[in-house]
Structure formats: C-alpha cells, structure tokens
Design a protein around this ligand. Sequence first.
Ligand code: ZN
Ligand code: ZN
Length: 121
Amino acid sequence: MFDCESAEWWYCSSAESFRTVARSQSDESKRYEVRLDRQSHKYTDEKSLDWSCTCPAYEYQCGPHRKHRYCKHIKKAQDSDAFCGWQQMRDGDTPEFDENATAHCPECGRQAKTSTNGAPQ
Ligand SMILES: [Zn+2]
Ligand SMILES: [Zn+2]
C-alpha cells in the first residue's frame, strides 16, 4: 500500500499549473484562456488548486453556488493530450531522471515535482 501521508511521491508540473487557449465554437474569432492554478478559479475557499476559464459560461454558470463546476472548454482541456496531470500516487509509474538529476514526468517529459514541495491537491 502506498502511504500518502508520509511517503514522498512525484507529480507532473502540469498537475499544478497549466494554461491553454480554447476557441469559441459560436465565434471563431474569440479565444478563451483555460487555466489550472490557485488564483483564477472560484473555489478558492474549498480547494486551492482548480480550473477556470475566461468564457461567459464559466463566468455565469460555474462556481460554488452554480449548477456546473466546469465549462466545456475546461472539460476539453482536461481530456486533451496537451494536459498531462500525471500523479504518481494515482497513476503509478516513476519519474525519469536526466544527466543533471532533474526529474521528468514519464508521461509527457515535463519537469516532475515531489509532494514534499507541496502536493498539487
Ligand atoms: Zn469556458
Ligand atoms: Zn506530465
């Protein structure tokens, strides 16, 4: 069993900070910014890390007292190949180390971080 209380585990840096641009389906010229971070979302009381989007749907339909938690752009970003979000505790596998002893995510090659630096969730 994995003891997540005391054991050190790794996660992809995308699991704690991610940003992408989504295109509006109704207006091709519109772009929205989808973010995973600690500042931009509406759940700052409940959970420090969460998703947000700059579209009207997120602004008016998502949030702690609204019907939805995420807009469609966020869901799409979560499912996209660009977003990795690997966490060793949940997904298994081990980070890969380069010649400088820097850890990299086994899924996407981004830098990996350890839970001792502050776990993403
Ligand atoms: Zn959106
Ligand atoms: Zn990754």
